[in-house]
Design a protein around this ligand. Structure first.
Ligand SMILES: [Fe+2]
Ligand SMILES: [Fe+2]
Length: 327
């Protein structure tokens, strides 16, 4: 008979589960604690092409977070041995659902119901977005069975890191670029919370992937498969970027940002960077800068965050993280 084991947090199962558990809790937030309605005037000041690009960017992000919450995290959890690592992934899974919902919180503030429905319709029919979701989902579905090979598990974990650390950024660019100029700032506070979460998700799942990679026999062949996957997704991102950003004249800058974050994804998986990077748009960096709108560095709550939360004191180990993803 199968023996069921209870998770025992008294004894660490590895070097990092406890640290990631705490960091995830520290970053916890919910969408309804933010007030995107402060952006209504800013929204009215955007020209229609910019509004359309913004809605599409958020629509695309919603799809990725939906996939990650409903399929990515749950399928991966099934095949991770450490019960503490499973617990961390469960927390991340719940945050993905909050992320997916939070875009709707922004939509609800700035758009009418018919406009919102139109965007969700666009997401369902946009070939580039559907390709992104289908490509990643294929690797998740490959581990939807009891016994999986290390290669299948590594590729599913890698697909997850590519989603977390790379594919989101064509969408994140616009809210950051606008916030860097003082537009849609309250909504960007939500986006920045999501970015901070995706950052630790990419690092954590990347570590799990590296653990599996060390056990692989055909490391070269698997790395080749990963490079091919990244290239396919990259080609798709270029076209997606053109579709969303050509009308607002930002395609070239977004593509630089996409390449930059593709490198970050590969580094999270323990590999070398693959693209040569020019400077990242300084307005986007300004939009990412937590000091522009946030008064409490540690909790990363912003000036637009109205509910008080437990005060936690800073400790040295709190600074061992890269908490400024995308920079
Ligand atoms: Fe997410
Ligand atoms: Fe995530």
């Amino acid at each position: 008979m199968k023996q069921y084991t209870a998770v025992n947090w008294n004894t660490p199962e590895n070097d990092y589960a406890g640290m990631f558990w705490e960091q995830n809790l520290r970053q916890f937030w919910i969408d309804t604690e933010y007030i995107p309605s402060k952006d209504i005037d800013s929204w009215k000041g955007l020209d229609p092409a910019m509004q359309e690009a913004y809605k599409r960017a958020l629509g695309g992000l919603t799809l990725l977070d939906t996939l990650q919450s409903h399929t990515g995290m749950p399928k991966i959890i099934d095949h991770i041995d450490s019960l503490q690592n499973k617990a961390v992934l469960s927390f991340m899974c719940m945050m993905e659902a909050i992320h997916a919902k939070s875009y709707s919180t922004i939509f609800t503030t700035v758009s009418s119901t018919p406009e919102i429905n139109e965007i969700f319709e666009w997401v369902q029919h946009n070939k580039r977005l559907q390709y992104k979701a289908a490509t990643i989902d294929r690797y998740y579905r490959a581990i939807d069975k009891q016994n999986v090979s290390n290669r299948e598990l590594f590729m599913a974990l890698s697909a997850s890191v590519l989603l977390e650390s790379f594919l989101f950024y064509s969408g994140f660019f616009l809210p950051l670029w606008l916030a860097g100029q003082g537009q849609m700032v309250a909504s960007a506070d939500i986006i920045k919370k999501i970015i901070a979460d995706e950052s630790i998700h990419g690092v954590f799942v990347g570590l799990l992937a590296q653990d599996i990679y060390r056990k692989l026999d055909d490391k070269e062949g698997v790395k080749r498969e990963l490079d091919e996957l990244l290239n396919q997704l990259y080609e798709n991102e270029l076209r997606y970027t053109d579709e969303v950003y050509t009308d607002v004249g930002l395609s070239a800058e977004v593509k630089d940002y996409v390449r930059y974050n593709a490198n970050k994804a590969m580094m999270n998986l323990g590999f070398e960077e693959i693209f040569e990077i020019k400077d990242i748009n300084s307005i986007v960096l300004n939009g990412l800068n937590v000091d522009t709108t946030q008064h409490d560095f540690f909790s990363k709550k912003s000036t637009n965050y109205e509910k008080s939360t437990e005060i936690v004191h800073l400790r040295d180990e709190d600074f061992k993280f890269d908490l400024n993803p995308g920079i």
